[in-house]
Design a protein around this ligand. Sequence first.
Ligand code: BGC
Length: 349
Amino acid sequence: MPSRILLILVSCALSVVTGLVIARGGAGVAAARQRPLIGLSMDTLKEERWQVDRDLFTAQVQAAGADVLVQSANSNDAVQLQNVESLITQKVDALVIIPHDGAAMAKAVNLAHQAGIPVLSYDRLITDCDLDLYLTFDNVKVGELQAKFLVDRIPAGGKLRLIRIYGAKTDNNAKLFKQGQDNILQPLIAAGKVEVIFEDWAEDWKPESAKKITNAAITKNGPNFDAILASNDGTAGGAIQALTEEGLAGKIIVTGQDADLAACQRIAQGTQAMTVYKPIKSIATQAAELALKLAQGKPIIARDAVANGKTDVPSILLDIVTVTKENLRGTVVKDGFRKESDVFQSTQP
Ligand code: BGC
């Protein structure tokens, strides 16, 4: 009998919904091999965070006595599909996918399922398929924290003029970040307290694309704006390059996400105002543990469910933190994610 994921929803007294995921197929396959084998298919290693994700994930799988194969697709859907096919051919017991294009990777999930391999969608959702598990941060909340930071800085009696730079259109997260930002901004836009003077999507999250968007906004409107709502640190970096060329860096409030080292340094220097810290150690180590459970057919508790167009995917959402100049030490440094000497290096005389 083809094994199927069962999602058993249990309502607790406090009406918290608890999902119990029982993995497909993995246990039988793993039994034939000494050590379970986990496949990790990544969109890209371009942003600094993904290298950290890969290293922590790999270390955790290996520490648990299993093996891991990692492939990265360089933001190319055809390459990512080939990567997944190759991992399936190498008979991985569970697959972890960080999709470049959440819709395009549904095909990869279907192929894995035909081979009896369970799939965990990591950080980004794979849409329109019968996905087994989704582990991510609270992405809507990321957008809300970014926008909240800006609306808290609306000048008294005035309005905040804003450039909005969204992420890659192919990334479901980019839409969720925008949704969270909209939740906070829309009422203030309607009240005339926030004005969006320019907005666009950065192709594949490229800093160069964010720089072009900022250049275009300045060409169209001049330097008369207060903030750039950049959706991650990479795009914030591109935007700040454009501001630097115009002599505006440090005068405009710029948001971000990921607590990249370069962004933490910019926050220390004052050219970027905030980032959102998503503890990569939590997602990477939990993904490794969950992938092993999927591989071994062990039960998993998933308290949330996220609709992906085809099904309600059992999901685990991790929490996040706003980082500013005031709390850099108390957050990313304290957590061991960044070294104080690295973050503040460039601010020393
Ligand atoms: C991730 C961000 C990352 C962006 C670009 C998003 O899906 O959630 O952390 O900055 O992709 O790689």
